[in-house]
Design a protein around this ligand. Structure first.
Ligand code: BGC
Length: 729
């Protein structure tokens, strides 16, 4: 008999009261649903898995997509298990299901919250129509170290930008009603501070002060939860000696008590069991107990709750009330998703056929992709290229490639779907334009055998386009790199082509900031193109030939070399800041905070990105010189497009609190607006600064403001700004 979709606790309680211990534990056991695995060790074979589903020993499966397949599994659960509790269907829909969007770091570079939200909505639409109702996204880990591979999956280094993007993604995935068609449960991950492993090395130890944790790393998780994210995933790392998957401090004190989160917490892949490797527990029983008692409700892939919890309860070592709490949260999620009313809500092959890879979805992916591209350099307006240019030489491992374009986390994408850079260019240029292509080099080998052909075609061309960068698997999970140079011999290839003296545009594809100082010095035009997904070619072609004026801004600082890492714009001043211009002899100001062999400044600062238009900023106008607690400061500038082309600009506002009871960052992003300014037009942009924007964790760890002097900056990136002063009384 169908149960009402109203997620009342009564319904959950009624069900809970009928459940055996074994059935309760089953509701916490989440396993992979198909051959696809994202971590070590095969856990179950197919036969076993089906038996577990039928007997209610599994709460849900992940990586089992397809409306038909999920229907089949759901039917097994609903019709065979004693209580007929429906399954969750999970997956990592990180940047699209079949229509692949740019990697999240690229999307973040758009600073375009509406388009990002729409991208998440499209992903949810495709994924739900293929049966998925529980998405392991958004990943909101702040990352400041370019070596870390999973920067690709996040929104970059800034907690403010990251928080707004986290909210946008949650809205896109969840809509207003989890039980409505096309919406799924978001899972905010990885809680917490997974983006700060020592040395940028994946899964490594995280250690930071509580102040840095709260100020720089926690805000995006909090924002996603305030936006209503239904679930949270723990992280693999330890913080301050305690693995996150068993941290009562994180999962109970902060997440539930402080932030009021009442949704469900799932572990990361086998992360409960891995607490044994971390060395905080000596056996599986203790690991399971520690995790469940900390508030980690569901076990992903560890099969550790299913082997340990029942026994622990029976032996009196774990209270049944603790178990019930976790089960309640899982059942509540299933009610909220509407699964008790209609377990097959998401399993309709006809809907799947209609929604997946629709024209509308492709258009949305193209829109997102072109907005994600960042123009890093454009000497003498080499870009945009004339569509009727005689001969283009397109050179590099990504020139004709399709396999790499979907990017790092696109398990469900098809390799043949993406439109290559060559195809994109072909669709754009005039009928008389000749395109010559050569790979020149690949991503991995040190073979230079392709160089001579590449140089040969460059010599015949009017303009050379170099399509260089990382392969897809060089970023993402378990893809940290100790070098952030162009991999293989691509730099040498670029140097060989540069010797031809031809005008060169470089497209840099990567899931992280790369160290491209030589390129910046020697190549006239550079576009950061990340991994753009299915519509890579058309998006790049729109920018190359001026049909779209690039508007992206870097969400992470680009270092000059790997030795500067970690490098981020919102750093502290230190007691001996270096203020020279590097022209003075090295002996001067030697005892200041700097390296001997490289400037302190990055190659490209956070928030940086050029346009084919030229924007001119007026001075800042403030409506008052000082504000009292509770008042709002109005900050105004006008921005003029002093060029002949229309363009979008991201106007950025930063503050600095000059004196605090604890030291404050030299700049902090507190607002931005992305707007279209027509050629010749001037637009006034205004921001409201509130007390909340000026608040921080003070010496005593209370959150609030302190009176004193502030600076406010407005500009086109975090470096090139106008400034003004005000006081908080
Ligand atoms: C990743 C998670 C992911 C999970 C399931 C883990 O290895 O860290 O982000 O959701 O696998 O695929």
């Amino acid at each position: 008999e169908p149960v009402s979709k109203e997620p009342t606790n009564d319904k959950v309680e009624e069900l809970l009261s009928q459940m055996t211990l074994e059935e309760k534990v089953g509701q916490l056991n989440f396993i992979v649903g198909d051959a696809l695995q994202t971590g070590p060790a095969s856990v179950t074979n197919d036969g076993e898995r089906l038996e577990m589903i039928k007997s209610g020993k599994v709460t849900g499966v992940f990586n089992a997509p397809g409306a038909e397949f999920s229907y089949k599994l759901q039917k097994l659960a609903v019709e065979n298990s004693r209580l007929g509790i429906p399954l969750l269907f999970g997956a990592d829909i990180i940047h699209g299901y079949k229509t692949i969007f740019p990697i999240p770091l690229a999307e973040a570079a758009s600073w375009d919250l509406e388009t990002i939200e729409n991208g998440a909505r499209v992903a949810a639409k495709e994924a739900t129509s293929a049966g998925i109702n529980f998405n392991f996204a958004p990943m909101v880990d702040v990352g400041r170290d370019a070596r870390w591979g999973r920067n690709a999956e996040g929104a970059g280094e800034d907690p403010y930008l990251g928080s707004l993007i986290a909210r946008a993604r949650v809205r896109g995935f969840q809509g207003n009603d989890l039980a409505a068609p096309y919406t799924l449960a978001a899972c905010v991950k990885h809680f917490a501070a997974y983006g700060a492993p020592e040395g940028g090395k994946e899964y490594n130890t995280v250690d930071m002060s509580e102040r840095v944790l709260r100020e720089m790393y926690l805000p995006p998780y909090r924002a996603a939860i305030d936006e209503g994210a239904a679930t949270v995933m723990t992280s693999f790392n330890e913080i301050d000696g305690v693995p996150a998957s068993g941290s009562k401090y994180l999962l109970d004190d902060i997440l539930r008590k402080e932030w009021g989160f009442n949704g469900m917490v799932v572990s990361d892949y086998n992360s409960i069991t891995e607490m044994i490797n971390h060395g905080v527990v000596g056996n599986r029983a203790d690991a399971a107990k520690m995790a469940l008692e900390s508030g980690n409700d569901m076990d992903m892939m560890g099969l550790i709750y299913s082997s340990e919890i029942e026994k622990l309860v029976k032996e009196g070592k774990l209270s049944e009330e603790t178990l019930d709490k976790a089960v309640r949260r899982v059942l509540k999620l299933k009610y909220d998703l509407g699964l008790f009313e209609n377990p097959y809500l998401y399993a309709d092959p006809a809907v799947e056929k209609k929604e997946v890879r629709s024209k509308e979805n492709y258009d949305a992916a193209l829109d997102m992709a072109k907005r994600s591209i960042v123009l890093l350099k454009n000497e003498k307006d080499l870009l945009p290229i004339n569509k009727n240019v005689n001969t283009i030489a397109l050179i590099g491992p990504l020139a004709e490639n399709k396999d790499e374009l979907n990017g790092m986390w696109s398990f469900f994408g098809e390799n043949q779907d993406p439109i290559s850079i060559l195809e994109g260019i072909k669709q754009k240029v005039g009928p008389g334009t000749k395109i010559l292509t050569a790979d020149g080099a690949d991503f991995y080998s040190d073979s230079r055998s392709g160089f001579s052909k590449a140089v040969g075609i460059a010599n015949k061309a009017d303009v050379v386009i170099l399509a260089l960068g990382e392969s897809a698997v060089m970023s993402g999970e378990a893809a940290s790199r100790s070098s952030i140079e162009l991999p293989g011999v691509q730099k040498e290839l670029m140097q060989a082509i540069q010797k031809t003296g031809k005008p060169i545009v470089t497209l840099v594809s990567s899931g992280r900031p790369l160290a491209i100082s030589w390129m910046d010095k020697n190549i006239p035009a550079i576009l950061q193109t990340w991994s753009l997904g299915t519509l890579t070619g058309p998006a790049i072609a729109e920018v190359l030939f001026g049909d779209y004026n690039p508007s992206g801004k870097l969400p992470m600082t680009f270092p000059r070399n790997v030795g500067q890492v970690p490098i981020y714009y919102n750093h502290k001043n230190t007691g001996r800041p270096y203020t020279g211009d590097y022209s003075e002899p090295a002996s001067d100001r030697i005892y200041s905070s700097r390296y001997r062999d490289v400037e302190n400044s990055p190659l490209y600062p956070f928030g940086y990105g050029l346009s084919y238009a030229k924007f001119e900023y007026s001075d800042i106008q403030l409506d008052k010189a000082s504000i009292k607690s509770g008042e709002t400061l109005k900050v105004k500038v006008s921005v003029k497009n002093a060029s002949k082309v229309d363009g979008e600009e991201v106007v950025q506002l930063y503050i600095r609190d000059l004196v605090g009871s604890v030291t404050r960052p030299v700049k902090e992003l507190k607002g931005f607006k992305k707007l279209m300014i027509k050629a010749g037009e001037t637009k006034e942009v205004s921001f409201d600064l509130t007390e909340d924007d000026l608040s921080f964790y003070r010496r005593d760890m209370t959150f609030g403001t302190e009176p004193g002097d502030f600076k406010v900056y407005v500009g086109t990136n975090s470096r090139d700004v106008k400034e003004a002063d005000f006081m908080l009384m």
